[in-house]
Design a protein around this ligand. Sequence first.
Ligand SMILES: [Zn+2]
Length: 528
Amino acid sequence: MPVVEVFDTTLRDGLQVEGVSATVEDKLRIAEQLDHLGVHYIEGGWPGANPKDIEFFARAASELELATSTLVAFGSTRRPRGKVDDDATLRNLVEAGTSAVCIVAKSSEYQVVEALKTTLDEGASMIADSVRFLRGEGRTVLVDLEHFFDGYRSNPEFSLRAIEAAVVNGASHLVLCDTNGGTLPTEIGRIVGDVVAHVGDDAIIGIHCHDDTGCAVANSMAAVDAGARHVQGTLNGLGERTGNTNLSTVIPNLQLKQGYECLPEGHLERLTVVSHHVAETLNRAVNPQAPYVGSSAFAHKAGLHVSAIVRAKDAYEHVDPDQVGNGTRFVVSEMAGRATIQTKSDELGLSMDGAVINQVIDDLKRLEHEGYHFEAADASLELLMRRASGGVPEFFRVESMRVITDELPDGEFNTEATVKVWVGSGDAAERHVWVAEGNGPVNAIDIALRKAIGKALPQLARIHLTDFKVRILDGGSATGATTRVLLTATDGERDWTTIGVSPNIIEASWRALEDSLVFGLLHSVEDP
Ligand SMILES: [Zn+2]
């Protein structure tokens, strides 16, 4: 199988996205995950642009043991009219101590003349000198040709000259960047084809796309069709504006559908877990509808369809979800009949007889009538089915709880929860009472409960809540309306959603929270 190298830039370009920041510790953990997945290159950051990245490379050198990936430091060519040996950017790059470096170079006439305010000759020299200098320092040099497609459209001679300056001085990779993200697949394919024909075997052609037209994955695939053998992007498509090429999509596309080798043998099935793990570390949930790795990517609804898919899985799935480490999921709703519940029961490994299945169907109908909605709350459904078949241990039992919210003289609100709870069973059960403050009632209950039972159930420390959604169901009765709460939690590897419904918002929240913690505890026992 021909190899297409994967270059992940989550730790550099990916962190440009609004609202995301990562500590050095986070970056080290993400690098480990990317290495576990098996990408060829991990771009770690821009040493010199910020002190955090200098610290990252220093710690990476001593703390990271990468099995498959090569760590890359990012920088730029020397400044205009400057010299390589006293250029701070190049010095920082060398001091990062990585075997490979990636430098961004201006390859468009417009950018050289207007942004750098210099001549095309000097523009080409900046590339040539910088590559030569870094090769002299023993580094593998990848060159990111910024604004390449826009530049090629208006002055292809200069863009090819920029390429030549990099190649003749020993660059290993020429990465063509659609920096503004506005180019479409047909044109990407045509221009990459021109460059591949021009460069031949002298360097590997790479592609770096942004998703401003929703075509980053399609553009990267068009580039590979035209001969590119190196794809840059980020897991889950993280990146500024609309994001970078989504590696979680493009890797399985290239590997499963086009026969390219992107990851080492047997590693593709790590994709879903690693995508979620990285997203979690950055506090960004994976879009449920994301191709291949989203929680809905292989979810099936409605009775007829479900019984068909049980007979022939490939009738409704474009690939086998196991290949990317995801799984088929049957979504249960009121419309669902016995077949769906039976299938879900088999999926969970429960042996439910006819009477239990009837009981579950009755419960579902009643609860959905009250406003429960299990399609969105798989974990609550699983607990309901496990409880019906007697398979959920009592991790804790709440005797009572009380929440008080005061408005203080300065207009601030103060919320305090008291929880009385029993842990353990029979004579060994222990009673714990704890009081905690929170920024709201649910937060205060969560904190108090964790304090009360956290010592006996240390697995709770891994479980945290990531999303909390409240909806009013019968809006007509205003403050007397029924409230539906959906709570999403994670243990860093899997995400789950639970539901609670009640006219009392605190009770609804509590139902969802209790299910959420019980589900997390149940699975931490099952798969330690
Ligand atoms: Zn970029």
